[in-house]
Write a protein that binds this ligand. Structure first.
Ligand SMILES: NC(=O)c1ccc[n+]([C@@H]2O[C@H](COP(=O)([O-])OP(=O)(O)OC[C@H]3O[C@@H](n4cnc5c(N)ncnc54)[C@H](OP(=O)(O)O)[C@@H]3O)[C@@H](O)[C@H]2O)c1
Length: 249
């Protein structure tokens, strides 16, 4: 049976590892063309290995010109965009007493400004395609998280984008959802230099998961993919936790 994703074009940021990589592979395995965005070509090539429909694109999404360049590349390669997955993010400890203005600005640039500018640049394509935006936020966006207040604040704000854009774009038949993962087994800790206290906080968080285990990147990718299915067509503005029960514990 032909997949509903055959021939569709997906742009995924943060596709060089973890959830972004698993999502890029899942879409490619369902027949989609995938533009896989990240800063490190080797990681993107590893994502694309054995899957010729994944095209690696190196870009630092914190740079102001990057969003338009990414979208232009997708249009040049595939003629349009059907689905956008905003998955890249910065994840670092931010103790109130130590956070600097430039660290704060970096969080905003990657976790908020880039999803906004990429979605804005993709909007004409998404409207033509009646497409879907999936923002990857975090289940902890609903809690306080000592030592990680700025990361958590950007994720709560990303969910606010989701709810607001869902309203703005409903008439254009563009749907916007957040998938909010709980603790997932990915290289996120290695990719971001965390101090001992942050690692301890994260381990304490993991101990509170009712299901008693971390999730896998593939378990998140499945939900991202299924939120783009035509049968999910009445879901917009939803913040969907995939967290082993963490948010209800
Ligand atoms: N893992 C978890 O437990 C968890 C829980 C809740 C939410 N999340 C969210 O899920 C999403 C994916 O996380 P993950 O666990 O898959 O993390 P990950 O493995 O560290 O992946 C993040 C990717 O983003 C890319 N990236 C970072 N800064 C970038 C920039 N300025 N420009 C372009 N690409 C950039 C990184 O690649 P390069 O360094 O090569 O650019 C990296 O491959 C994030 O939004 C995260 O906040 C994760």
């Amino acid at each position: 049976m032909e997949s509903t994703l055959t021939g569709k074009t997906i742009v995924i940021t943060g596709a060089g590892s973890g959830i972004g990589r698993a999502t890029a592979r899942a879409f490619a395995d369902h027949g989609a063309n995938v533009l896989a965005v990240g800063r490190t070509l080797e990681k993107l090539k590893a994502t694309a290995k054995g899957r010729p429909s994944i095209t690696p694109v190196t870009a630092d999404i914190s740079e102001v010109d990057a969003p338009q360049a990414i979208i232009s590349e997708a249009v040049a390669a595939f003629g349009g965009i059907d689905i956008l997955v905003n998955s890249a993010s910065v994840f670092r400890p931010t103790h109130l007493g130590m956070i600097t203005p430039s660290e704060f600005d970096q969080f905003i640039a990657v976790n908020l400004r880039a999803p906004l500018l990429i979605t804005q640049a993709a909007l004409p394509c998404l409207e033509r395609a009646e497409g879907t935006v999936v923002n990857i936020s975090a289940a902890i966006g609903q809690h306080g998280w000592p030592g990680l207040c700025v990361y958590g604040a950007t994720k709560a704000a990303l969910d606010f984008f989701t709810r607001s854009w869902a309203n703005e774009l409903a008439q254009s038949c563009v749907r916007v959802v957040s998938v909010a993962p709980g603790p997932i087994e990915t290289p996120i800790l290695e990719n971001n230099a965390l101090d001992d206290q942050a690692v301890m906080t994260i381990h304490q968080t993991q101990e509170q998961i009712p299901m008693g285990r971390l999730g896998t990147a593939e378990e998140i990718a499945w939900w991202i993919l299924n939120f783009t299915d035509p049968l999910a067509s009445y879901a917009t503005g939803a913040i969907f936790a995939v967290d082993g029960g963490y948010t209800v514990a």
